[in-house]
Design a protein around this ligand. Sequence first.
Ligand code: ANZ
Length: 869
Amino acid sequence: MFPYPSGFLHMGHVRVYTISDTIARFRKMLGYEVIHPMGWDAFGLPAENAAIERNIHPVKWTTKNIAVMKNQMEKMLTDFDWEREITTCKPDYYKWTQYLFLQLYKNRLAYQKEAIVNWDPVDKTVLANEQVDAEGNSWRSGAKVEHRKLKQWFFKITDYAEQLLADLELLNKWPDHVKQMQRNWIGKSEGAEFDFPMKSKNNSIPPLKVFTSRPDTIFGVHYLVVSLNHPLLSKEYIPQENHAKVFDFVETAKGQEVIERIGDNKTKQDEYLKFGIPGIHTGLYATNPFTGESLPIYVSPYVLSDYGSGAVMGVPAHDKRDWEFTSINKIANDNEIRRVVEPLSIEKDKTENQVYTGYGILTSESGAYKGLKTVDAMQAIVRDAQKAGFGRWVTQYRLRDWLLSRQRYWGTPIPMIHCEKLPECELPVLLPSNVSFTGRGESPLKQDKDWMNCKCPKCHGPATRDTDTMDTFVDSSWYFLRFVDPKNLMEPFSSSIASSLLPVDVYVGGVEHAILHLLYARFFSKFMLHQKMYDENEKRQPGNGEPFKVLITQGMVQGKTYKDPVNGRFLKPEELDFSSPGAPVQKSTGQLPIISFEKMSKRKYNGVDPEAIIEKHGADSTRLFILFKAPVSEILEWDDSSIIGMQRWLNRVWRLIELVLEDSKNNTNSEQHDLSVDNMNEQDIDTYRIINLTVKEVTNALSETYTLNTVVSDLIKLTNHLNNSITTSHSRSPSNKNNKETNLDSDTSSSLSPVFVYGVETLVKLLAPMAPSFAEESWEFLKKRYDNNKTRSIFEESWPKIDSTSFSVNKVNCAIQINGKTRFVLEIPTTIIKNQSAVEQLIRDSSEGKKWVNGKYANKKLSRVIHVS
Ligand code: ANZ
């Protein structure tokens, strides 16, 4: 996922791009043609705010930030395809965003309608939800934010609801929780719609439609409730004597209305309880079409105006919200409430405070449907309603159409002329650059009359441009397609190139985009497929215009946070004394602070600056630490002190390389190692097997499971093994008796085994995707042994192959008993298992054997050796 050019890389960026860079470099070494592109999601509010606050034009601010961040990315050694760089705020890109808008418009998937938005009455501007504080005030002017109805542009993503839901099944390489979040967001609900005839003098009011997921409870309805925006709330329908009361209520309740779904799994229950369930009787009544009973109609802000039909049937006995609404508004006494569903015995636990919400059997209150089970009763009731013409099955989605207009300057202009639509050949509609940023009043675009007033291209009469710009999520909904053909001047991308490259094989980004961005991108790529802007090969997974095959959502990077144990105040690093390692104390009090890991923020003084870290520890160690510290999708607790571990490890690898270099001064090594198992001794066979196992594990992790933390630990293990193999082989040689801690410098006569050298070379190759500069440098040294002029980059080398013959050398765990007691277990290669003296030697050479056999009986002959094989 490309970044917003805020002006600096944060640790989250370092993590995400380390992951993608590792995978991309690995694939290149495997021989794939890899596109690892980078670009800038460059429209958006911060640039406009910088313009207002610091009087710097958004273009300048953005360009400067991009330069800084690009430089930082280079420092972290990312291998991006800069020739594919795209910037969404440049006309060569947004021209095509506008083009796509027009395609959607032509297909009736872009339309205008009135919508309720957050309106700052002082700054005279629309605010995004996150710009309204908890008290409902504007973040900038401090004014009480109003909800206004304004004409806005929408994309009809709801037309795609079913496909977006169904095709989640194809995404078997996406994290389950992300798919679940999308499922909840789309929120498919099957239920029934009933028409309740209105009681009015001359039948002039159309019946009230109500959506319910429980048609079986129709006999338990005591009242109906409509949302604040329901068409029923017109002066024409509401009885005169109720006007003041009802419209005053609606006016005051408007501030509390739920205008947008806040989270993916917030239930209406939460919204209901949040507002204390206020409601008021409208003075209107409707008839229950099944019972003929007269039902009062209420209005309440908890009923969502754009869900279902914006009206609810109140069934207090079987819905907790309805029970509370009934008692607060004194609609019925507890003993008058009709219970229409009785629990089957096993479901009794679903009754809470007298409300039974589960399925069961219909009671005698349900007339002819008495005795039917819920599922059957639903079928029978809807069937009968359908026959009588006052009901039907319907499917509802919680997904709303995508409101994309922003009354802002720094965004893709909406390419419409109000009069007639603008022909495509006039794209792009350029943003005027000479505008004033006061932060007050209307959008700068509305103030630029020269830009706004234009001629209608069709009738040539006066016309105006649309002054809204697009939500920046529109820009990022198709950028992955532009990456395949970024310089195309004639079309957004070439159909044939896109067809041959899509879908994106691996997409890496934050889980905060699990819903909106990923849903919008799926919507766009499906739409573009339907428009035949590209094609899909049948064999290409996942299919159906799904843009991302594998999705990796990286976890957050949290910072080490220190708090005063008495008052919980966040402590600055300079308030702490770090002189005793691992236990900092508060300078002023001498007390130990409370230590935790929390989201990095300026307020908590727990942020780390990637540039400083890279400066201090080097990019390779930083990258390795990021990958090693936590599985990619989990929280990473940043602890500066433990990066040292990675530096030390690289030092150990470097020592192994030095051994090889040193050795080759004295021996002429061949570039082609003799790696046939038949010519190896036991130790080499073991080392060779471990090398191959490591290649297998690492390759699998980098291409299938993306468990990048285990890649690092496998390589550490291989390093340790290679290190130990040197120690043991030299401790065995008699000349080295007193020098067990590998000091090869004093033993220049011995030549390293080809397996060891191969192991070191392989280790360096396996390290390359994660620690590119270390590996590149090491490789150069290693290769110069053979030929001084060899300067081929390690990234042009092929990935190590797996020699499966190494695995056929099996081992068996054997129990070793001494004086009748099992003392330890040893792995014995099957090749020598029948050979008593070889087995005995192996036992004596093993570390456990040294302890148990050699120690006690070093100079003694064992009285009896029993070899059972
Ligand atoms: C009567 C009833 C009885 C209901 C009962 C539930 C339980 P889901 O499943 O999430 O789709 N509802 C319908 N439209 C609404 C709106 N615009 N705002 C708030 N609530 C609305 O939820 C469907 C249920 O949510 C519907 O079924 C309706 O309450 C309520 F024992 O109808 B039910």
